[in-house]
Design a protein. Structure first.
Length: 527
């Protein structure tokens, strides 16, 4: 009896918005008065049957770009999503709005799948969430090609996962290409929050998109204040941030499950309202902790990277990266979970080069470590820089940020808040470093050259007889971490560059000219 009533209710909802205007569905089904960013243009492009790639910031309302067309078009919309928990959250959210949706993934028993498939064939479902690996199963292929099933749209969420140049490449995403032959008349929509030009080109090619229209929203989130602090006494820094936002919601991201548990325990001892979230917890505990955070029953969630995808919580006031993210893309996605309501929020990164070695451990099983290391190096440069962080962050994604055009954002990050960054004479330290590179024949990376300058007697240096060269030990007056910061600035200034898989340092023509003319060098670092 319940099933019959439910199906009748869903069928009415499906027919209500068939061929309706997008603004009508926006208001009546989702309760919003106006579109944001490129939402309306993306939706109209999809409804016109044109393949579409949309790059929108985290919190920019990507879901509506497929949900509204799904209600207007006949048949079903297939949404390919990478996380089971994300599918379940989306289905639960849509069901509360009276919009029928289902997910098909490994959690379904055979009987449940048959019941779900029957609902789809009967026209009682508008949106179907499928995992990328699920597309290769015969049961889903048979379902999508069933004559009773009309697929009007195929949406690929987190589309950057299909690119080997992306920060979260997943081989299973390459299987999505086959859906074009299974559903040749369906329009394709690819959505992502983070995609450089190289990644965007990969998405279009690997999905077999047909002359897609590309929409790129601004990556600028002006309400989020960006700050980076050295990871010294990190628990104190975390508590300082929490106190600045006392009683408000915040997310703290850690690299490992162990770190999540340790930090959660420490904060609990300090009487903070906090819960953990990571894959090592039981499903029911994760779901309970997530729901408590969303409902405001818990102030703080300490989590690993997966937490936050698809979660609709607009009032997160701060995001803390306790450990260094593996890439700018990952960092941008995580901080984008703050301030979705447009109110002032904070993104705090605790920066330590020691985290680099922890992260590289995860690269051991990768077929091509160089791409992952290049992404990590960009993140390290961001953390170590001495220029406007917003300009650097947006520039990474190819967006020019002109502070003169945004006078209201003159204090958008910790660097800008300090006012004009003072420059210091670093001529002699730079000359020492460049000369050490020359004495070691420009064959090594940063860590090796710094160790030589500090007078290290490690085995490799002694075997190469670099403990005998004139630059060995001449940099002992400067701390190791300061040397690394100076190298980052030299890279940004164009005096040196990195080459090859192992990031070998090479002098540029500018550096050779500096050594020849003995010109004074000023950089924003006090040594």
């Amino acid at each position: 009896m319940y099933s019959t009533c439910y199906n009748h209710f869903v069928r009415i909802q499906s027919e209500t918005f068939l061929n309706a205007k997008p603004e009508t569905v926006l208001k009546d089904a989702f309760g919003y008065d106006s579109f944001r960013h490129h939402q309306e243009n993306i939706i109209r492009n999809v409804l016109s049957g044109k393949d579409t790639l949309a790059v929108m910031p985290t919190g920019g309302g990507k879901s509506l770009c497929y949900q509204i067309p799904a209600l207007i078009m006949p048949g079903i919309t297939i949404v390919i999503s990478p996380l089971i928990s994300l599918m379940q959250d989306q289905v639960s959210s849509l069901d509360k709005k009276g919009i029928s949706s289902v997910f098909i993934n490994s959690t379904l028993e055979w009987e449940e799948f048959l019941e779900t498939a029957a609902r789809i064939k009967n026209g009682d479902v508008k949106i179907v969430y499928v995992s990328p690996e699920g597309l290769s199963s015969n049961k889903i292929k048979d379902l999508l090609t069933n004559p009773k099933v009309l697929v009007s749209c195929v949406c690929i969420d987190e589309a950057h996962c299909i690119s080997e140049w992306g920060h979260d490449f997943r081989p299973d995403y390459l299987e999505i290409f086959q859906i074009r032959s299974l559903c040749p008349n369906a329009v394709m929509l690819a959505l992502t929050a983070t995609a450089t030009e190289m990644v965007r080109n990969d998405i279009v090619r690997n999905l077999g998109m047909k002359n897609p229209t590309v929409f790129i929203s601004s990556f600028n989130r002006p309400n989020i204040y960006l700050s980076v602090k050295p990871k010294i006494a990190p628990l104190d820094l975390v508590c300082d941030c929490i106190e600045r936002h006392k009683g408000e919601s915040g997310i703290i991201y850690c690299l490992s499950r162990r770190q999540v548990d340790e930090l959660t325990t420490s904060l609990k001892h300090l009487k903070y309202s906090v819960k953990p979230y990571h894959a090592g917890l039981k499903d029911e505990i994760r779901a309970k902790n997530q729901e408590a955070f969303i409902q405001g029953k818990v102030d703080i969630i300490v989590a690993t990277v997966a937490f936050g995808m698809g979660i609709d919580k607009p009032d997160v006031r701060y995001v803390i990266n306790y450990d260094l993210p593996k890439s700018i893309e990952e960092y941008y996605q995580e901080i984008g979970r703050a301030g979705r309501d447009g109110k002032p929020s904070e993104a705090l990164l605790l920066f330590s080069r020691g985290d680099v070695h922890k992260i590289k451990y995860f690269f051991e099983d990768l077929a091509d470590k160089s791409k992952a290391e290049n992404l990590l190096n960009a993140m390290v440069n961001y953390g170590a820089m001495h220029m406007c962080r917003r300009r650097s962050l947006l520039g990474y994604f190819g967006e020019v940020y002109d502070t003169e055009k945004h006078p209201e954002q003159t204090k958008c990050c910790d660097i800008c808040s300090r006012g004009k960054t003072p420059l210091y004479d670093v001529t002699i330290p730079v000359q020492k470093f460049l000369c050490c590179m020359i004495r070691t024949n420009e064959r090594f990376g940063t860590a090796y050259v710094v160790d030589v300058l500090l007078g290290s007697r490690q085995k490799r240096i002694v075997e190469n007889k670099h403990n005998k060269i004139s630059t060995w030990g001449i940099g002992k007056d400067i701390e190791k971490d300061k040397w690394f910061q100076l190298v980052d600035l030299m890279l940004m200034a164009g005096y040196i560059k990195k080459e090859g898989e192992y990031n070998i340092l090479k002098l540029t023509s500018s550096a050779r000219q500096l050594l020849a003319t003995r010109e004074q060098i000023f950089l924003p670092i006090e040594l």
